[in-house]
Ligand binder design. Structure first.
Ligand code: MEV
Length: 359
């Protein structure tokens, strides 16, 4: 058995605009997806996924598609998660030149599904790493990032940037502009995350921005203004000492840019009432800045606050289901120790059987 994990991420700046070639700066955070893979002696793929949302659920799934598990999570989210796993399996088979390799796969994640923290990218990155290693092939994190991007691109019908997958594979803070992906130095920023318990439909949200951008010059200008904010934010990071605590001045300037970025995302129609109220709760509690993170529509906001105040404020905010601090994850994809026993192995047999088990 091979076990790999990869981190989720928050966008300091630049989601959505990155789809149109503007730069973005996502930062990996210490919430990880862990994927365990064992090679089978046939060509079947069986997946067991636990805790794919903070609410908690377990689904046992066998075969590639074809049924609906009875779980306490919207079926499209579960199907999307399984689509990503299928795409990761295809990438691993292709990388190793073993098109009919079969696997038992188990996924555990503490990243809420579809909530803007890069859950799918982390599952795909960790899945490709574990499955290729299980087939005796070791890819570099950049190669994993590239293959994970191909997988996301396919599942999201061509509406994906390289940002989520590159960040998850490499770890730390990264800068993505089209195909140009690099890691950048950044101090340990004091991220606080608020989660409304929901999720957005990334495909629909990206399509909505695309339509607005095509229809109105001012929407296209809004997208390129987000790019301007990212470039100014990057200059601030480049001038900061990555080994020192961030100064109040840096946090205040970055926070101001985050607020501006959130306003523009709101104008592009990808915020929601709960995201806006969490953003305002964090600001009113004294955060230097706050914005939605990821595709929007629901899910998470990220605030910059070294004090406990934003987290406390968020916990008392109607519509906020959870609030937590997230450290910058320095490490991207990595190999983990396999569990001591394999008592957690999938137990179902046969193709196309789905067994759901709510917790
Ligand atoms: C989704 O996490 C981020 C978006 O910019 C889409 C993408 O970059 O693929 C909305």
């Amino acid at each position: 058995m091979t076990v790999s994990s990869a981190p989720g991420k928050v966008y300091l700046f630049g989601e959505h605009a990155v789809v149109y070639g503007e730069p973005a700066v996502p930062c990996a955070v210490e919430r990880r997806a862990t994927v365990s893979v064992s090679l089978r002696d046939d060509d079947h793929v069986r997946v067991r996924a636990e805790d794919l949302s903070l609410n908690g659920f377990t689904v046992e799934y066998s075969g590639s598609t074809g049924g609906r598990p009875d779980v306490d999570v919207p079926a499209p989210l579960v199907e999307a998660a399984m689509g990503y796993i299928d795409a990761a399996v295809e990438q691993a088979r292709d990388a190793a030149g073993v098109p009919d390799a079969g696997f038992d796969i188990s996924v555990e994640s503490d990243i809420p599904l579809g909530a803007g923290l890069g859950s799918s990218a982390a599952v795909v990155v960790a899945g490709i790493d574990a499955a290729t290693r299980e087939l005796g092939v070791e890819l570099s994190p950049r190669e994993i990032a590239d293959r994970a991007y191909q997988a996301e691109y396919e599942v999201q019908d061509g509406q994906a940037s390289r940002a989520d997958t590159f960040c998850s594979a490499m770890g730390g803070a990264v800068r993505v502009e089209g195909d140009d992906c690099r890691t950048i130095d950044a101090p340990a920023l004091p991220f606080v995350i608020g989660f409304d318990g929901g999720a957005g439909d990334t495909g629909a949200l990206v399509s909505g921005v695309r339509e607005l951008r095509e229809r109105y010059d001012f929407a296209a200008d809004t997208v390129s203004t987000i790019g301007d904010i990212v470039r100014r934010g990057e200059e601030l990071l480049a001038d900061a000492d990555p080994d020192e605590e961030p100064t109040e001045e840096l946090l205040s300037e970055l926070g101001g840019f985050m607020n501006f970025n959130h306003g523009l995302l709101e104008a592009l129609g990808v915020s929601s009432r709960s995201l806006d109220s969490m953003v305002w709760a964090a600001r009113e509690a004294g955060a230097h800045g706050a914005k939605l993170t990821g595709a929007g529509g629901g899910g998470c906001i990220v605030a910059l606050d070294p004090t406990p105040e934003s987290q406390t404020g968020l916990r008392f905010t109607p519509g906020c289901e959870d609030a937590f601090r997230a450290e910058l994850a320095i490490e991207g994809v990595r190999v983990e120790e396999p569990p001591a026993t394999d008592g957690d192995e999938p137990t179902t047999d046969g193709d196309d059987t789905l067994v759901g088990d709510s917790t």
